[in-house]
Design a binder for this molecule. Structure first.
Ligand code: AMP
Ligand code: FE
Ligand code: FE
Ligand code: ZN
Length: 283
C-alpha cells in the first residue's frame, strides 16, 4: 500500500500534466495519490480520467497558500466540494493576486539588471495554472541564466530576497473554516519548514487551526529533519491530530520523488470518513 497525499502538476508549479503525475504514481507503485495543486482544482478532471483508466485511487485536493504575520503556511484540503462558492472566491482572489505579484517581482529583478522579461515568465505558466515563483525560475532556466529551479531559490526568489513580493494569502484559520465548509478535510502541510517562527509559536498556531476543525498534520515530509518529524508527531499526538506523510512531488521541479513519504491506510480511511465534499475517485 503506497498512499501519497501531496503532489503538484502543471495546474500549479509541477512540471508534469495531471495525467502524467498519475502515470508516474502508478509507475512508482502507489495505490493512492492526492493531487494538491496550489490554490486550484484545475487539474482534477484530467487526473480523475487518468486515474480511472490506470487503476489508481485519486484523492482530489488543494494546497492553500496562507499567511499569518508575514509567515507562509500551507494547508492541504482534501475532498472539498469543487463548487463551493466561499472557497472558490478566496482561491480566485489568491490566484489573481499571484499574477500581479509575479509581475512586480520581475520588475524588481529587471531594475537590478537580471536578464529576464515578464513575457518570458508568462511563457512558462501553463494555461490555467496558478502562477508562482517557480515559473520565474523556469524562465531563468529557459533563458540559460541558471541551470535549475533550486539555484533561483537560493537567493533571487527566496522569501528574504529584495525581489520578494508577497501575494494575497488568507489566514490559516479562515482556510481551515473554508475547507470544512466545503465538506473537505484540512491537514497542515509541512508545518515546520522554512519558518522563521519558533516551534512553540508554530505549535500555538496549529492549536488554533485544530480548534477551527483541522484534523491532520503532515509530519513525514522531506523538509522535516528527523528531529522535526518527532516534534511534529508529538504535537499531533497532543492535539489528537492524524499524522500524514507525503512527497510534495513537483516533477522535475524538485528532488522530491513520489512515494518517498507515505500515509498509513487507516489515516486515509479516517480522512475519507470525515469528508462530505466529493468522493475519492476509484477505478
Ligand atoms: P510561491 O507559491 O509562488 O510563493 O512559490 C512557492 C513554491 O516555490 C513552493 O510551492 C515550491 O514549489 C517552490 N520552491 C520553494 N523552494 C524551492 C526550491 N529550493 N527549489 C525549487 N522549488 C522551490
Ligand atoms: Fe510548489
Ligand atoms: Fe507546500
Ligand atoms: Zn506542495
Amino acid at each position: 500500500m503506497g498512499i501519497d497525499l501531496h503532489a503538484h502538476s502543471t495546474a500549479s508549479d509541477g512540471t508534469e500534466s495531471p495525467a502524467q503525475v498519475v502515470h508516474q504514481a502508478v509507475a512508482a507503485g502507489l495505490t493512492t495519490l492526492a493531487l494538491t495543486d496550489h490554490d486550484t482544482m484545475h487539474g482534477w478532471a484530467e487526473a480523475a480520467r487518468a486515474a480511472r483508466l490506470s487503476g489508481i485511487d485519486l484523492v482530489p485536493g488543494i494546497e492553500i497558500s496562507c499567511a499569518r504575520d508575514g509567515e507562509s503556511i500551507h494547508l492541504l484540503g482534501y475532498l472539498v466540494d469543487p463548487e463551493n462558492a466561499a472557497l472558490n472566491e478566496e482561491l480566485a482572489k489568491a490566484r489573481f493576486s499571484r499574477v500581479g505579484r509575479l509581475e512586480a517581482m520581475v520588475a524588481r529583478m529587471v531594475a537590478d539588471g537580471i536578464p529576464i522579461t515578464y513575457a518570458q515568465v508568462l511563457a512558462q505558466v501553463p494555461p490555467g495554472a496558478t502562477p508562482g515563483r517557480p515559473h520565474i525560475a523556469d524562465a531563468l532556466v529557459a533563458a540559460g541564466v541558471i541551470e535549475h529551479r533550486d539555484e533561483a531559490f537560493e537567493d533571487w526568489l527566496s522569501n528574504q530576497s529584495p525581489y520578494y513580493v508577497a501575494h494575497y494569502a488568507m489566514d490559516p484559520v479562515l482556510a481551515v473554516q473554508l475547507v470544512r465548509g466545503a465538506g473537505g478535510v484540512a491537514v497542515i502541510a509541512h508545518p515546520f519548514t522554512r519558518s522563521e517562527d519558533p516551534v512553540e509559536q508554530r505549535t500555538a498556531l496549529i492549536e488554533q487551526m485544530a480548534a477551527a476543525g483541522m484534523v491532520g498534520l503532515e509530519a513525514n515530509h522531506r523538509d522535516h529533519a528527523p528531529q522535526l518529524r518527532e516534534i511534529a508527531v508529538s504535537v499531533a499526538t497532543d492535539l489528537g491530530l492524524l499524522v500524514t506523510g507525503s512527497s510534495d512531488y513537483h516533477g522535475a521541479g524538485k528532488l522530491n520523488r513520489l512515494g518517498e513519504n507515505v500515509t498509513e491506510p487507516v489515516v486515509l480511511e479516517q480522512i475519507e470518513a470525515l469528508a462530505t465534499g466529493v468522493p475519492v475517485v476509484r477505478p
